[in-house]
Design a protein around this ligand. Structure first.
Ligand code: NAD
Length: 421
């Protein structure tokens, strides 16, 4: 990986491959299979030239990576962020493979991204960038091949442009090409909240095993975008006390609890959390170290490293983001008896409801929100129970159990399919 001056302290693809090796060792997966599972099936890098509003042309770098399609077409979000690099996209694609496998949905893993700062682009520039990027990767994606979705810096509008660009090129509307679409374009009820709802369901599974509830738990949420803001709202609705929140502009804290609905309104009105009445400012670094029961990192990777892991005071970490804890930090947290609900379990609600959206789109028959949420709860409960049971049996962390289950399932599918030709 090229020198990175970004939120990435370590090469995420190295981390993902190292996790795979450790899991393979623990569950006796043979070396040839590990090599197969560690390989990226396909990776494309494209130039995305965009006419800017001032008439100039800028060329952005775009990526689409498909890690593994043994269990079905690949699935994964598209990230618009200045720090996007190929090795990050590869790691995120590999984690998607494990996530889909763990949740028992028939997809492989993919991810895409464009290195850009969407906050500095106008609506028109973003639309042109999205349409050109879609066109550049159009032969790589398809409802039976690889199905994108939103991730950091992209949303329903981005997915609408992608859907339209793909459909215009094919000559007919292709509902199954992308998930996370707005409702008026064949999106699924419950998709916007799905990642956060899945995280909530995972936390509830944990609480019920401990004979506890979320009511009264002190919670800190890092990141106030799609995942973080809705999770904070859900947790507050369960009676938890949200004592810290943050976005890229910094954090806010309140010992007696933050009014999350007021925080949402304040962010919508001012563009940031800073200055919310009844709160004090706190740096993003300090936020993670606040005294709380549950810490939910819902922003970017590697925010908990060996540097701050010894100072984390939460007893439970719920990984709303992908890869927020580095492996070294993971070992420190485990030694300190801090339980981590790993990303592939904690934030899988998004891809599960994306799967529901894809199914509904293919059938052109749409479900009620209750049905979506009920099925999501069932799938989350099943995956949590299987992971918990393996953790208890093996005496390992929830992460090793989750990755172990997921990787073994892909290995089994791979062995059954055999090697072509
Ligand atoms: P988003 O763009 O909606 O929100 C990201 C948030 O993180 C923003 O509030 C931003 O201000 C904040 N942020 C960025 N850098 C920060 C920093 N250093 N400190 C504090 N906050 C910071 O993105 P999202 O869709 O909510 O995704 C967040 C994470 O969840 C990512 O890791 C993503 O891969 C993961 N995820 C998202 C989904 C989904 O359905 N959207 C599904 C699974 C996993």
């Amino acid at each position: 990986m090229s020198a990175i001056e970004s939120h990435l302290r370590e090469n995420p693809y190295d981390i993902a491959r190292d996790q795979l090796r450790r899991v393979a060792q623990r569950f006796d997966i043979e070396p040839g299979m590990v090599e197969l599972l560690g390989a990226i099936k396909k990776s494309v890098e494209v130039a995305v030239p965009v006419r800017m509003d001032d008439g100039s042309v800028r060329v952005f770098r775009g990526y689409r990576v498909q890690h593994n399609v043994t269990r079905g077409p690949s699935k994964g979000g598209i990230r618009f962020h200045p720090d996007v690099v190929l090795d990050e996209v590869k790691a995120l694609a590999m984690w998607m493979t494990w996530k889909c496998s763990l949740m028992g949905i028939p997809f492989g893993g993919a991810k895409g991204g464009v290195a850009c700062d969407p906050k500095r682009l106008s609506h028109g520039e973003l639309e042109r960038l999205t349409r050109r990027y879609t066109t550049e990767i159009i032969d790589q994606i398809g409802p039976d091949i690889d199905i994108p979705a939103p991730d950091v810096g992209t949303d329903g509008q981005t997915m609408a442009w992608l859907y339209d660009t793909y459909s215009m090129n094919k000559g007919h509307s292709v509902l199954g090409i992308v998930t996370g679409k707005p409702l008026s374009l064949g999106g699924s009820l419950g998709r916007t909240e799905a990642t956060s709802r899945g995280a909530l369901f995972s936390l509830q599974q944990l609480m019920s095993r401990r004979g506890e509830t979320l009511a009264g738990k002190r919670v800190v949420v890092q990141g106030f975008g799609n995942v973080g803001s809705i999770l904070a709202k859900f947790l507050a609705a369960e009676g938890a006390l949200v004592v810290g929140l943050s976005d890229s502009g910094g954090g806010i804290a309140a010992e007696s609890g933050i009014d999350v609905i007021a925080a949402l309104a304040h962010k919508a009105a001012t563009g940031s959390l800073a200055g919310l009445a009844g709160t004090v400012p706190v740096s993003n670094e300090r936020l993670l170290e606040l005294d709380c029961d549950i810490l939910a990192p819902c922003a970017l990777e590697q925010v908990i490293s060996e540097e701050n892991a010894p100072r984390i005071r939460a007893t439970v970490i719920c990984e709303g983001a992908n890869g927020p804890v580095t492996p070294t930090a993971d070992a420190i947290l485990e030694a300190r008896d801090i339980l981590v609900i790993p990303d592939v379990l904690a934030n899988a609600g998004g891809v599960v409801v994306s799967y529901f959206e894809w199914v509904q789109g293919l059938q052109e028959y749409f479900w009620t929100e209750e049905e979506v949420n009920r099925r999501l709860n069932e799938i989350t409960a099943r995956a949590f129970a299987a992971t918990w049971e393996l953790k208890e049996r093996e005496g390992c962390s929830l992460r090793i159990a989750a990755y172990g289950l997921a990787v073994q399932r892909v290995a089994e599918a791979s062995a059954l399919r055999g090697l072509y030709p």
